[in-house]
Design a protein. Structure first.
Length: 244
């Protein structure tokens, strides 16, 4: 018997695929069945029952107000034991305040890109997909949608992130933090800046935490993102083998 789980990136649901005697049971876990998004999801998945799959819906509770404090978060990670936010991230941010770190929208693309390239080379023996010239060009063509956010200590960049801005979401890309920045909570300071500077946005995306085309979860990276109260969700990839 094989069981897998999938979570949609817009709202939370699980799909459990149980293979037993070539019969697949698909359990669609929902929070609300009357919302347009979940109705669309149901409409897209329910036809699978015509292919011989057993399609079942399960409605979970949805937290409201302060109810989330009474038990684990709805999207509690099965890889880490964090609730809605983690004490470690708060402690790191306290260090950033004590050190008077400065976070701002920056134009220091070359210095930031050098830091990013150095970190990627040491950690993964790779380099950024985009050159600094390409990043600068994209930022100049889309100044309202692409911004560089940097954290400074003693006028030196110790952490930075490339931010992509859309109507309802801000997405972080190319997060880079030096060892000095890690010691003083530089990235935690950047997250605090983003949450305040872009408080009109509905979502803050930290990007992927997987490797090898989504087949391997980087648990350390996922844990860091969850320490800010974020929750991991999966983009959906479906592969149906009709030869079964």
């Amino acid at each position: 018997m094989l069981e897998g789980r999938v979570r949609n990136s817009s709202f939370f649901f699980d799909i459990k695929l149980k293979f037993c005697m070539s019969k697949i049971r698909l359990v669609h876990i929902l929070t609300e069945t009357d919302t347009p998004r979940e109705q669309a999801s149901i409409a897209s998945l329910s036809p699978l029952s015509n292919m011989g799959l057993e399609y079942v819906q399960q409605v979970n509770q949805r937290y409201s107000g302060e109810d989330w404090k009474l038990s684990k978060a709805l999207t509690q990670s099965e890889y880490t034991n964090h609730g809605p936010g983690h004490y470690g991230a708060f402690q790191s941010f306290k260090k950033a305040i004590k050190e008077n770190l400065i976070v701002k929208i920056s134009q220091d693309y070359r210095v930031y890109h050098d830091l990013l390239s150095h970190i990627l080379n040491i950690s993964h023996e790779t380099k950024p997909v985009h050159s600094v010239e390409e990043v600068e060009l994209l930022s100049s063509r889309f100044p309202d949608n692409i911004k560089l956010i940097c954290c400074y200590r003693n006028n030196q960049i110790v952490s930075g992130v490339l931010l992509f801005i859309e109507k309802n979401i801000i997405h972080t890309q190319y997060i880079a933090t030096s060892n000095e920045g890690k010691d003083f909570g530089a990235f935690e300071a950047i997250v605090n800046f983003l949450l305040n500077e872009f408080r009109d946005k509905k979502y803050l995306s930290f990007g992927i935490s997987t490797e090898n085309n989504g087949t391997h979860l980087n648990e350390g990276l996922a844990q860091q993102k969850e320490s800010f109260g974020a929750r991991g969700v999966c983009h959906d990839f479906y592969n149906i083998n009709f030869s079964l």
